[in-house]
Design a protein around this ligand. Structure first.
Ligand SMILES: C[S@@+](CC[C@H](N)C(=O)[O-])C[C@H]1O[C@@H](n2cnc3c(N)ncnc32)[C@H](O)[C@@H]1O
Length: 269
């Protein structure tokens, strides 16, 4: 089986100043790249009842959730990932379980109608503009069989009554620091996005946005993973500066951001 180190990381050719925040965290050694952490992912997959089902995962990134999905006895697994280096890694993780990876944008997956019982997507809708968010949610709806469900895990703004000017400024700072067009929504706005596409929200849960807290990293990456991250950061000044900048922003806005997971159902016809 191929080792993690056998693959180059996405955006490896970019300097630590330029690369997108999630690939900076991957360069530092992180493998769990979603805001509510692995525990929220596990709760979401449990609520989506994936055992024995045909599962499509949008944007698997480094394949941490892909590993969880294929090891929980699903019927079939297909990923849709736009980044070639990430897609190659995920292929190596799911190949043993006859999983497939399609290199495409989630909004144009090329997969047939009603091919999935469950569509999963984490930390990928937040980074899209309004129109692309709608296109991706519609694509999930098209891929699902009636009664199937869409499980997503994204970044939410909180509370619901957040001041619009404050929220706009927070989005601007996130985009500037992460170098990704991060556009989180409130829980009600995420629900409305799904309902406007025809989904019924069945379940949701939240967890603190603690992507860069030590406690969360011990839970998500393990002690050895955290030691590896610390070693990588000590060795690379530019990488350390980017990670510390992101950490400072996440800490400053910890009361206004959270990880949200939702399971939404496509109604029976
Ligand atoms: C923050 S990472 C999250 C990776 C993984 N889902 C996780 O939670 O650890 C974002 C991922 O979304 C992928 N991505 C972003 N937009 C996409 C799109 N429109 N279609 C497919 N993949 C996309 C990126 O290539 C990257 O792998």
């Amino acid at each position: 089986m191929a080792m993690d180190s056998d693959f180059s990381l996405p955006q490896a050719e970019r300097s630590a100043r330029q690369a997108a925040g999630h690939w900076i965290l991957a360069r530092a050694g992180k493998r769990v790249l979603r805001p509510g952490g692995l525990r929220l992912t596990v709760r979401m997959l449990h609520a989506a009842h994936i055992q024995g089902k045909s599962v499509v995962e949008f944007a698997p990134g480094l394949g941490r959730t892909a590993k969880l999905i294929v090891s929980s006895g699903v019927g079939t697994y297909t990923a849709v990932e736009q980044d070639p280096a990430a897609a190659k890694r995920v292929e190596s993780i799911v190949a043993a379980c006859r999983g497939k990876v399609i290199r495409a944008k989630a909004q144009e997956s090329g997969l047939p109608d009603a091919c999935a019982d469950v569509v999963v997507g984490e930390a990928m809708l937040t980074m899209q503009g309004e129109k692309t968010k709608e296109q991706i949610v519609s694509e999930a709806y098209r891929l699902l069989k009636p009664g199937g469900c869409y499980a997503l895990h994204e970044l939410a703004l909180t509370p619901e009554e957040i001041d619009p000017e404050f929220a706009a400024d927070l989005r601007r700072q996130l985009a500037e620091t992460i170098r990704v067009n991060a556009r989180p929504l409130t829980a009600r706005e995420w629900g409305a996005l799904l309902e406007n596409a025809g989904f019924i929200v069945d379940w949701h849960a939240a967890a603190p946005m603690a992507l860069l807290s030590v406690k969360r990293n011990i839970a998500d990456e393990g002690i050895l993973g955290v030691l590896k991250i610390m070693r990588n950061l000590l060795r690379d000044r530019e990488l350390r500066a980017r990670v510390l900048q992101m950490r400072a922003l996440f800490r400053r806005y910890r009361r206004s951001l959270e990880g949200i997971a939702i399971v939404a159902r496509k109604p029976q016809e």
